[in-house]
Design a protein around this ligand. Structure first.
Ligand code: 0WE
Length: 260
């Protein structure tokens, strides 16, 4: 019997089979969880519905997390299928493309900063808040995705690094706030992965090569590596863990000058 048997999971951020959210869905499905998905827009709808079907799920709801109205509608719709759920997966981030190329001080704008923080950090609090009536008092768990750029200045990551720093603080504040209400909140800081979101990023191939040759494990991270840890963190096996950021980066962040 899987360690997520009898758990219901809402997954926000599935966009393609290479999404980190797909690795999380795969691991959680394998461990016996029942899944529901959201899709950002109608262009993604057929793809998400097809993937959902492969995980035995027929619950796919529209949600652009940048809109309070859409968040409200999504949870109203979900209520028709599910009275409760146990796990929320937050796997979304966005900064305007012009923010992710060039020197930070040259490219940062008030609008770029606002959008990055709104979509990449605030939505964790917003979706947690909306999930509370479904999750309260049932050993629930929330997981989100971060990146090393939250702590170190990574070239071109720019304002996304600030937004991930905010997201990591968000994990701690939500964990403190939701812990007494039976919900744990954790983050995973993943190594670089070739997803749809990453495909538009300059020098991403070089970053993957650098990671592969520098990380102690000498391999790149795949969505399923993140999925397995997310499944554990959201299971009752991890009931003693909350407010933590767990690295799934093959040890990249614990070494320096690893090419010598
Ligand atoms: O968090 C991310 C990327 C998230 C992301 C990706 C895009 C591409 C398309 C956010 N916003 C956008 N906006 C777009 O218009 N990662 C951890 C992957 C990533 O992105 C980088 C990285 C790494 C690693 C950007 C620059 C440098 C390194």
């Amino acid at each position: 019997m899987g360690f997520l048997t009898n758990k219901r999971v809402l997954i926000v951020g599935l966009a393609s089979p290479r999404s980190i959210a797909a690795g999380i869905a795969e691991a959680m499905h394998r461990e016996g969880a029942e899944l529901a998905f959201t899709y950002q827009n109608e262009r993604l709808q057929p793809r998400v519905e097809k993937m959902a079907a492969e995980y035995g799920s027929s619950i796919c709801l529209p949600l652009d997390a940048g809109s309070d109205e859409q968040i409200e509608n999504c949870f109203t719709q979900l209520k028709k299928s599910w009275e409760h759920f146990d796990i929320l997966v937050h796997s979304i981030a966005y900064a305007p493309a012009d923010q992710l190329e060039g020197s930070f001080v040259d490219v940062v704008t008030r609008e770029g900063f606002r959008i990055a923080h709104d979509i990449s950090s605030y939505t964790l609090a917003a979706l947690s808040k909306a999930s509370l009536p479904f999750m309260e008092g049932r050993q629930g768990a929330i997981v989100t995705l971060s990146y090393l750029g939250a702590e170190k200045a990574v070239p071109n990551y720019n304002v996304m690094g600030l937004a991930k720093a905010s997201l990591e603080a968000n994990v701690r504040y939500l964990a403190a706030s939701l812990g007494p209400r039976g919900i744990r909140v954790n983050g995973i800081s993943a190594g670089p992965i070739k997803t749809l979101a990453a495909s538009g990023i300059n020098h991403f191939k070089e970053m993957l090569h650098h990671h592969e040759t520098s990380a102690p494990t000498r391999r790149n991270i795949e969505p399923i590596d993140v999925g397995n840890v997310a499944a554990f963190l959201c299971s009752d096996l991890a009931r003693g863990v909350t407010g933590e950021i767990t690295y799934v980066d093959g040890g990249f962040s614990i070494v320096a000058m690893s090419n010598l």
